[in-house]
Design a protein around this ligand. Structure first.
Ligand SMILES: Nc1ncnc2c1ncn2[C@@H]1O[C@H](COP(=O)(O)OP(=O)(O)O)[C@@H](O)[C@H]1O
Ligand SMILES: CC(=O)N[C@@H](CCC(=O)OP(=O)(O)O)C(=O)O
Length: 269
C-alpha cells in the first residue's frame, strides 16, 4: 500500500467510501476491495456506503415489475418498497458483509434507518418513497468504529413516521460524510468523469459540471453523483474523489496525491 499522507487522513478524518452496486456482481472484485480496505483500516477509520441499483433493477424485472428513473433517481411506488428494501438492505448489504468476513475483516451491516439517528424526508412526491437525508448524527457508526468494526451501510432510510424510503446511495454517502465531517470517495464502474472523447477529467469544478450536464456529456447516474459531490465538497471544504472500484489500490493513491480518477473540488476553490 502506498503511504497515505494527505491532510484529510493525517488529521484522522473518517474515510467514507461509497461503492456502486455493480461491484456486487464480481466476487473477485469484492475480495480485492475488502482486502484493500482491511489494509487501510490498520491506519484509519473507514465507513462503507453501498448502492445496488443494478441488483434492484434485475430483481424488479424478474418479478415482472417495470421500474423507471427520473433525473437519475428511481421512482419508487410504495408497493415496490418491499423489494427495494430486500435487495439493498438485504441481499446487497449481506453480500458485502459476508465478503468482508471471508477475507478476515469484521464488518457490520446496517442501513440509514438503524440507531434512530438519521431522519429522511420525501423531496418530491412524484418519486414515491424516495428519501433524502435531512439531518442526523452518527453515534452508532462511531460506536462501531471505536469497537474496531467496519460499518457497511445500505441506503435504506426512514422518515419520522417510520415509513421506509429508498435513498440514492451517492446522496446517502454524501450525507454521512457531512454528518461525520469525513473524507469522501465515490467508487463507480468508470475511471472517473469522462469528457466527450471518453477521457478522464482530472479536476471537476461546479461550472465545468454545469456545462457538461447541459451538453449531455454527463448523463444518468453521473448527474446525481457530480451535483451532490460538488455540494458536499463545498460543505466539507475538501475535495472528493471519483475512482473505479475495479482498482481499489487507487484509494490510497488518491488520498496521497489525488493523481488518479476525478477530483471534485469545492465550488468556491
Ligand atoms: N460523463 C460521464 N462520465 C462517466 N460516466 C458517465 C458519464 N455520463 C454518464 N455516465 C454514466 O454514469 C454511470 C455511473 O453512475 P451510476 O450508474 O450511478 O453508478 P454507480 O452505481 O457506480 O454509482 C457510468 O456507468 C456511466 O454509464
Ligand atoms: C432513489 C434511488 O435512485 N435509489 C437507488 C439506490 C441504490 C443506488 O443508488 O445504487 P447505485 O449506487 O448502485 O446506483 C436505486 O434504487 O437504484
Amino acid at each position: 500500500m502506498s503511504e497515505i499522507t494527505s491532510d484529510a487522513l493525517t488529521n484522522s478524518k473518517t474515510l467514507v467510501i461509497k461503492v456502486g452496486g455493480a461491484l456486487l456482481e464480481s466476487a473477485e472484485s469484492l475480495t480485492e476491495f475488502f482486502s484493500e480496505l482491511k489494509k487501510i483500516r490498520q491506519q484509519h477509520k473507514v465507513v462503507v456506503v453501498h448502492g445496488g441499483g443494478a441488483l434492484v433493477q434485475q430483481l424488479l424485472a424478474d418479478l415482472g415489475i417495470k421500474s423507471e428513473k427520473k433525473n437519475g433517481l428511481r421512482i419508487t411506488p410504495a408497493e415496490h418498497i418491499p423489494y427495494v428494501v430486500g435487495g439493498l438492505a438485504g441481499t446487497a448489504n449481506k453480500q458485502m458483509v459476508s465478503s468482508a468476513t471471508a477475507i478476515g475483516d469484521k464488518a457490520v451491516g446496517i442501513s440509514l434507518a438503524d440507531g434512530a439517528e438519521i431522519i429522511c424526508t420525501v423531496p418530491d412526491a412524484d418519486l414515491g418513497c424516495v428519501g433524502q437525508v435531512e439531518s442526523g448524527k452518527a453515534d452508532l457508526v462511531n460506536t462501531l468504529l471505536d469497537a474496531g468494526y467496519l460499518p457497511v451501510i445500505s441506503s435504506i432510510g426512514t422518515d419520522a413516521n417510520g415509513t421506509l424510503l429508498n435513498v440514492n446511495a451517492d446522496q446517502a454517502a454524501e450525507a454521512l460524510a457531512k454528518i461525520l465531517n469525513g473524507q469522501l470517495i465515490l467508487l463507480s464502474d468508470v475511471d472517473g468523469i469522462l469528457d466527450g472523447e471518453k477521457k478522464v477529467i482530472s479536476t471537476m469544478t461546479k461550472s465545468l459540471a454545469a456545462q457538461l450536464i447541459e451538453a449531455q456529456v454527463i448523463t444518468d447516474g453521473m448527474v446525481v453523483k457530480v451535483n451532490t459531490a460538488i455540494e458536499t465538497a463545498t460543505t466539507l471544504g475538501a475535495p472528493i474523489g471519483i475512482l473505479n472500484w475495479r482498482y481499489p489500490q487507487l484509494i490510497s493513491q488518491w488520498l496521497a496525491d489525488q493523481s488518479c480518477g476525478t477530483t471534485v473540488v469545492p465550488a468556491n476553490s
